[in-house]
Design a protein around this ligand. Sequence first.
Ligand code: CAA
Length: 377
Amino acid sequence: MNFNFTEDQLDLKRMVQEVVAKEIIPYALEMDHNDGMREGLLEKLDEAGLLNLTVPEEYGGPGLDALSIALIYEQLGYGCAGVATSVAANALASYPVVLAGTDEQKKKFFDVINRGKLAAFALTEPGAGSDAGAVATSAVKDGDDYILNGTKCFITNGGSAEIYVIFANARKSAGIRGLTAFIVERNTPGFSVGKKEEKMGIRASNTCELILDNVRVPAANRLGREGEGFKIAMKTLDAARPFVGAVSVGLAQAAFDLAVKYAKEREQFGKPIASFQLVQAMIADMAMQIEAARLLCYKACWMKDQNVEYSKESAIAKCFAADTAMKVTTDAVQILGGYGYSKEYPAEKYMRDAKIMQIYEGTNQIQRLVIANNILY
Ligand code: CAA
């Protein structure tokens, strides 16, 4: 086994750390309070080459391996999980195109992302969350086009994206086997952005409802064959879940560093609270959980890069890292006490941000189901 990173990976990590320290950390609380990314940040992230991480080299992207991408998301998660979520949603939306796009579709989709724009992956609906196969948005063939009708909800980058991958059912009677993926451009007539979600955390990212009212999409925008959508969605989520894990690890690390610093500075009963063994036990547990989560995420990405089956490891990484982020950020609030509960410090933001990691891209209950199914069947 080799636990060393390549020089390129270390350079990349250092570069992202610098961007995060300069452009994200000083503004993270402000973005949280203002409920959106600060002006100009997207351009800075684009300049640093962080928006098109999953675009293959032949289509103008960096063609990075999954492990390098995870290193980047971990650093972004350290700075602000909301910003990291928005950036990672570009990867989530790109992956169906990487998997099933034609040369023409790849050129069209990746060109938008290479220009520093955001993309969105639209699967979830009011009646299709964990039960992704229950998508009710319809796609009815009409000559060389499809007519899409329906509503999507909780879509990351929903209001800020230029291009979308939208899942609709082209054969209702076939259920899951009717699910089909389409590329939809924002300016398509009938397509509109609905309600913006007021979220508990990751407030720098934009989460919206999407409304499709007789949206005419050329069949040339269909990804893969009719009915291939469910498998495309599942494979995409396999690829993206370790990245949610990586963001969770970065977030947990940030909360941990804050808690350790505070524990060394804060004095009670005449000494730093870090000298009390009950606090030390919390710090040790936090460190163990973060280390384990990090290794699980790196391993899932490494397996993907080796082209071996990694669906189970992907779910394990996401589930463990998200639970770790929730536990570690909660403990960080506890160590900071009243200051942890106050908006003066970022601890409470970390805790609010962590909760979504256990919910999106498949709840942790669904991850456990995927893990068990992989073991049992
Ligand atoms: N790779 C390839 N194929 C897969 C697969 C995978 N990982 N998982 C399932 N399939 C295939 C199965 O082999 C099966 O194929 P056949 O019919 O040919 O046998 C088919 O898909 C159906 O599989 P299941 O019977 O297992 O499907 P299911 O209906 O029981 O659902 C599930 C499985 C795991 C619960 C799935 O619905 C799921 O992952 N749900 C969670 C959805 C989710 O993660 N949503 C997140 C939305 S994105 C988001 O949150 C983004 C954001 O904004 C940040």
